[in-house]
Design a binder for this molecule. Sequence first.
Ligand code: HEC
Length: 287
Amino acid sequence: MKATAMRTFRAVVCATALAPLGVLAAGAELHLDRAPDRSGDTAALQHGAKLFINYCLNCHGASFMRYNRLRDIGLTEEQIKGSLLFTADKTGEPMRTALRREEAKRWFGAAPPDLSIIARARASEFGSGADWLYTYLRGFYRDESRPTGWNNSVFANVGMPHVLWELQGGRSFQVEQVRARSGKGPTGYEKVVATYDEEGRRTEKVEPLAGADHGEGARTDFGPARGGKLDQAEYDAAVADLVGFLVFMGEPVAGWRKQLGIYVLIALGVLAVLSYALKREYWKDVH
Ligand code: HEC
């Protein structure tokens, strides 16, 4: 009797402890598009820097990034001073945002985070941080129920509007979800198709599925973009450049690290010569 009670107790404890895991596993599947690699491509990184300064610095800062580090991607001091230095007086200053934190919170419901290391922060088992950013910046759709009029396919109910809208234009969006039927009536599964048209109006279609053997999950799909300055391929390329720059920012010491490697090798070389000289000095007396 006691053993049975113990077993029941253990089963309950285990089930309670593991229950949240089941929920997470079912809901956390995230499809990310692969970001093209722009590292070492200075023209692309310069384009990314310009996009970042023009479109992102209004709201986000990059406080680990000093303007003069733009020299690492091939820009001259004059170019930086001439057309890129918006939120500072000297090129040695960090890229601050023009927006005040309290104001941002009031307007968007959330403060725009510092983007210095966002490319590292967003890495997960579903892909690199660059993949997440590449999908996110191409994942905005109109949703009239949101305060900004925008929503995002990988960041649900995001507080950020689609700031690259003039480049991409508007698109329709569709989420197709298979889920267990809830409420009264027969148990089983249903397919829910939610469509947002180009103005962000939502329509929903629910259709019961026959049988009891369906995996739950969601699939998303975008309609073609209209009204932007760039076509789909150009927009994707521009976002890839911007993401390349965000990745570059997140590696504040990439250049220095390589230089340090060379210094270490030189120091080791000098040390080797010295040790050899010392060895000869000692052995002179032994022979
Ligand atoms: C009009 C202000 C505004 C502009 C301009 C803006 N953002 Fe945002 N951004 C926000 C806000 C507000 C959030 C916080 C959203 C939230 O938490 O719901 C955000 C969030 C983000 C996030 C998600 C951060 C996280 O939590 O992981 C990324 C990435 C991002 N922005 C990138 C960019 C990039 C790149 C640009 C330039 C193309 C940009 N943003 C321009 C307001 C802005």
